[in-house]
Structures are given as C-alpha cells and as structure tokens.
Design a protein around this ligand. Structure first.
Ligand SMILES: Nc1ncc2ncn(CCCCCNC(=O)c3cc(-c4ccc(F)cc4)cc(O)c3O)c2n1
Ligand SMILES: [Mg+2]
Length: 214
C-alpha cells in the first residue's frame, strides 16, 4: 500500500535525524520539505519568529492548536524550561500517530501532551480534565476558520490571563481574515504582524502576535 506524506516525513526523521536532538529533527524535516515534498509545517523562516516569541515569553503552560507532524511541537518544546508543559491538539488520528513518533525521536515527549480531538470540544475541558489554569502562550495553526471561534472560546473559558500571548500562523496564506480583524480591532488585544513567507516558498505569509490585555 502507498505510504502517506507524513509517513515519508517520519521515515526521513528516523533515517537522518539524531535521536534526542530536537534541532536535528527540525533540520531534517526542513530539508525533506525543501528537497523532497512540501508539507504544511510552520517551517524554518516563520520557525525563527516562533522561537523568538517562545524565548521572550518564557512560558510554563503552552497550548498548540494543530499538531500535524509535530514540527512546531518539537520547536516549542525544545525551548521550554524543565517544568514547563506543552499541550498540543490534533484532530486527525493518522497525523497524531506520526507526530507522537517525531516528538519521541526528538526526545521532548516529557514536556508534551498530545491530545486527539477537535479544539472546539477540548478547549472547554482544559481546566477540569487537563488541570490547566491559564495558558501563557497559544500557537494557532489549525483550521483557519477556527482561529476566531476558538479564541473567543478560550476567553469565555477563562484560559487567558493579562499578558497571555496568542501567536497565529498563516494569517495571510491561507489567511484568517475574521481572526485578524478581531485581534487588531478589539480593545482586549495588542497585536503585531511579523511578515514572512509561506513555509518553503516565496509566497507572502506571516505570524500575528496578540497580547491579551485582560
Ligand atoms: N478544530 C481543530 N481542532 C484540532 C485540529 N487538529 C488539526 N486540525 C485541522 C488542521 C488541519 C491543518 C491546518 N493547517 C493548514 O490548513 C495549513 C495550510 C497551509 C497551506 C496549504 C496549502 C496551500 F496552498 C497553502 C498553505 C499552510 C499551513 O501552514 C497550514 O497550517 C484541527 N482542527
Ligand atoms: Mg500553518
């Protein structure tokens, strides 16, 4: 039977990346996506912006919406202090299966909890079921039409505190116009656009960083 792209990406990681070395896993995936097959990882260019936001936030509790193959999960987890935790939500069980193996190969599994399911169902359970109080950082990289409803849901569920950071991928390509309009016009957010490119291409894309003001 034919392999899937995520399976081929995992194969490249297990063949070329050094076990326990997150940077080598990231480098291997970027090389695979540039030289073999494009895949919707945040990528190296936007990944550097992600790294800088993570390090300046120095978060203890992070939520990622949309794991895919675990590329940004590994990028974020590799920058977290020892006691910090990253919860990542993935809707697609096939992607989740691959991501778990990428995360383990990178050696960051102790900082990561991958939960299978839809963000709209899981966000309301974060406090009771996952023992979360508030998130210091949320990385939005899932269905683009879920960014806005899920942000409102996180507000309603009291998962954001003054100073919580939302970092959203793909605000230009594929685009999240309703989300952008909301975070840029709401008095409850201070937003900043980081211009970049769609992963592994010359097409414009960018990350929107929004600080929740409470
Ligand atoms: N609700 C819920 N809860 C939990 C979930 N877990 C996963 N999902 C579903 C997420 C499905 C993948 C989302 N990501 C993208 O669609 C995406 C696409 C492109 C792209 C593609 C083609 C082009 F020509 C140009 C750009 C680039 C990106 O960087 C992207 O991130 C969930 N949903
Ligand atoms: Mg993305």
């Amino acid at each position: 039977t034919q392999s899937t792209r995520p399976q081929r990406l995992l194969g490249a990681v297990q063949k070329k990346a050094t076990r326990g070395n997150p940077r080598s896993v990231i480098q291997t995936i970027d090389q695979f996506c540039r030289q073999r097959e494009w895949a919707m990882n945040v990528g190296d260019e936007k990944g550097c912006i992600l790294d800088s936001v993570v390090t300046e936030t120095n978060p203890t509790t992070v939520l990622e919406l949309g794991t895919y193959c675990g590329y940004s999960t590994v990028r974020i987890a590799s920058l977290l202090p020892p006691q910090a935790r990253l919860i990542t939500l993935e809707f697609n069980p096939d992607f989740a299966r691959i991501a778990r193996q990428v995360i383990t190969w990178a050696g960051v599994q102790d900082k990561v909890e991958l939960v299978e399911g839809a963000s709209g169902d899981l966000i309301p359970k974060m406090k009771a079921q996952f023992g979360v109080n508030t998130f210091d950082l949320v990385f939005l990289d899932h269905w683009k039409d879920r960014y806005l409803p899920d942000t409102k849901l996180m507000e309603e569920c009291g998962l954001l505190k003054k100073g919580s950071i939302l970092l959203a991928d793909n605000v230009i390509c594929p685009g999240t116009p309703d989300y952008l309009e909301y975070v840029r016009n709401s008095p409850r957010y201070q937003s900043q656009y980081f211009k970049s490119h769609l992963e592994y291409t010359k097409v414009e894309d960018g990350l929107e960083k929004s600080v929740f003001l409470g």
